[in-house]
Design a protein around this ligand. Sequence first.
Ligand code: SF4
Length: 111
Amino acid sequence: MMGLTPEETAVLLNNTNEDLWQETYAVAREIKQAIYGNRIVLFAPLYISSPCINDCLYCGFRHSNSQVKGKTLNWDQLEKEVQALVGKGHKRLIVVYGEHPVSNIDFMCKS
Ligand code: SF4
């Protein structure tokens, strides 16, 4: 099974035909069922970098939140965090970054 390309995803998301949306939902359910069945799969968040230039009100990383000092893990800290999470039995991590030059695409790829 192959994933969608960014172009294919963009075409799907820009669909305005309700019948095609229903067909998309049905295929998505089929794929989800084939991969996960009825299991609930949890992901542990791994906060790698919190500085952010945006200001989403609900988010503690927001730029205007002066109570939180932004932090970006260095490679040693990142390795220790991953080892700690794996040591606790986590198999799936979701990496989290604020939107900021310190966590640009090169940093994300490397981390
Ligand atoms: S980290 Fe994400 S949700 Fe939080 S302020 Fe930045 S862009 Fe918004």
